[in-house]
Design a protein around this ligand. Structure first.
Ligand code: MRU
Length: 366
């Protein structure tokens, strides 16, 4: 996608520097900064401290981290060390482990002298695949938006609601939940997107920045506004991303997603989840009991970052000194609240049968 007219992916390999360039998302939407990652420790911190974030992007970043490690030392010990250092960064999004395992499985079968090049080629492959998967999610999601537009008797916009940032900077390009929005906008379907602010880290501001850059009409709303908007007939469809979807279609996504799904159910509004296949955890059935939920730092809740009137990016405290804070970063929306999963192979029911029918090559035998 474009930033100030220049096309970008959210990461790219710099051959001269032998390093990965990323967009440091801690400063967005206020400041667009590029950061170079050239050590394993740098990769691990960038993922853990959310310079890069979003399930598909942390998977792709981890693959480049493995590549860097293998180019510096292709031994089995270095491979295992890189796998462990990167795997412990964030526990919930499954794309991280998926990418690391894919790298490890390939590399362990290769002689040492081939590992550096093979690891880099695989990281490029994972990044390119992500772009294509998300493009296809956009095509399938577009049909759902077209159906809603066709039911309207006038040219009023299709009103979508999204939570967190499942946009292009959460992936390598296109985004997952935002890809149908880009496709619909480019097909001249009038749209308006309600963007949840998504406390504590306000990823909604990233979504607002992305949609604004693409000329898509949107309003930034508090996390508590969605139910009210739904009750008043102002939302036609909800689309969110996912960090891990179980084989029975339970969806683990940014904290607060579950409440949006409940409100959507109560108001008979379709609740769709954009799901790239690397985000399916085929080893897990029940999301509520089996998915580890990341607990993040109290300061994310007790403090808030923004831009001051003088243009500085600054952090202020919102809680009384010494207040106890809890910060679970994700929640699980059970499959019965999910209308459908928008995947790169089409839309399916959020169920074991639905996923297995679309992905028979990946699903474990019944
Ligand atoms: O904690 P984050 O910002 O990494 O969480 C991101 C989300 O919850 C996204 O919705 C999810 O990763 C899907 S991104 C295409």
């Amino acid at each position: 996608m474009k930033v100030d007219g220049t096309p970008y992916r959210s990461l790219w390999w710099d051959t001269d520097a032998e390093a990965l360039q990323i967009i440091d998302q801690r400063w967005l939407p206020h400041d667009f900064r590029i950061e170079q990652l050239d050590s394993l420790q740098g990769f691990a911190s960038a993922i853990k401290d959310m310079h890069v974030r979003g399930a598909p992007l942390i998977g792709a970043t981890a693959a480049y981290g493995m590549a860097l490690a293998m180019r510096q030392d292709p031994s089995d010990a270095a491979l295992q060390q890189a796998w462990e250092a990167l795997n412990q960064t964030r526990p919930t999004a499954i794309n991280l482990r998926w990418a690391l395992n894919r790298c490890r499985d390939l590399l362990l079968g290769l002689p040492l002298e081939q590992r550096g090049q093979a690891a880099l080629s695989l990281a490029h492959e994972i990044a390119d695949e992500d772009v294509e998967i998300n493009r296809r999610i956009g095509e399938h999601g577009l049909k759902l938006i077209q159906d809603i537009a066709a039911q309207k008797s006038d040219d009023s916009p299709v009103r979508l609601l999204t939570h967190c940032n499942a946009g292009w900077i959460a992936t390598v390009d296109w985004g997952t939940a935002t890809s149908p929005m880009y496709h619909a906008h480019d097909a001249d379907i009038p749209l308006h997107v309600w963007v949840d602010e998504t406390r504590p880290r306000n990823q909604g501001a990233l979504t607002a920045w992305e949609l604004g850059s693409h000329g898509i009409s949107h309003s930034y709303i508090t996390d508590n506004a969605g139910g009210h908007l739904m009750q008043h007939g102002l939302v036609d469809m909800v689309i969110t991303g996912t960090d891990r979807t179980t084989r029975q279609g339970d969806v683990c996504n940014k904290i607060g997603t579950y409440l949006k799904a409940l409100a959507a159910k109560d108001n008979n509004i379709p609740f769709y989840v954009a799901l790239p296949s690397p985000t399916i955890d085929w080893t897990v059935l029940d999301g509520i009991s089996e998915i580890p939920i990341e607990d993040r730092a109290a300061a994310e809740v007790s403090h808030i970052q923004g831009r001051t009137d003088t243009g500085e990016i600054s952090t202020v405290q919102v809680t009384p000194e010494g207040t106890s804070v809890s910060n679970p970063a994700f929640d699980v929306t059970p499959n019965h609240l999910v209308t459908g999963l928008i995947t790169e192979r089409g839309v399916c029911a959020a169920s074991e049968a639905g996923l297995a029918a679309l992905f028979p090559d990946m699903a474990p035998p019944a």
